[in-house]
Design a protein around this ligand. Structure first.
Ligand SMILES: [Zn+2]
Length: 120
């Protein structure tokens, strides 16, 4: 048997960038056990994927929770202060007050969540 005669076929998974058959390039998020594995046909497609991925911000669960808490609190602040929560209707000065409240609530929530996780 001649090993050279055996065809070296591509994997079944298509490249996530160009849909050509993948050829041994793959990526999965190592911290996530349920992570999807992305397959690629070439280094060029890996580079496109990584460039696009590096532009995405992956939030931590604490950041997600803090954003939700801050958004709800800022909405209540806008309703109580301006009589409504229609951001498009706010003046620039009102919008800056709203944004400052949102940022303040976000950082307070992050600090509180972090303090709840400190093991000492
Ligand atoms: Zn490709």
């Amino acid at each position: 048997m001649n090993a050279r005669a055996l065809p070296v076929g591509p994997t079944c998974a298509p490249c996530v960038i160009c849909a050509r058959a993948s050829r041994g390039f793959a990526f999965s998020q190592p911290q996530d056990r349920k992570a999807t594995t992305f397959h690629f046909c070439s280094n060029a497609c890996v580079e496109i994927f990584m460039n696009a991925r590096s532009k995405n911000v992956t939030l931590t669960p604490a950041e997600d929770a803090a954003i939700e808490e801050a958004a709800m609190g800022a909405g209540r602040y806008a309703s109580a202060t301006f009589g409504h929560a229609d951001l498009a209707a706010l003046s620039k000065a009102e919008y800056l007050l709203y944004a400052a409240q949102l940022v303040t609530l976000y950082t307070e929530a992050l600090r509180r969540l972090a303090s709840e996780q400190v093991p000492f």
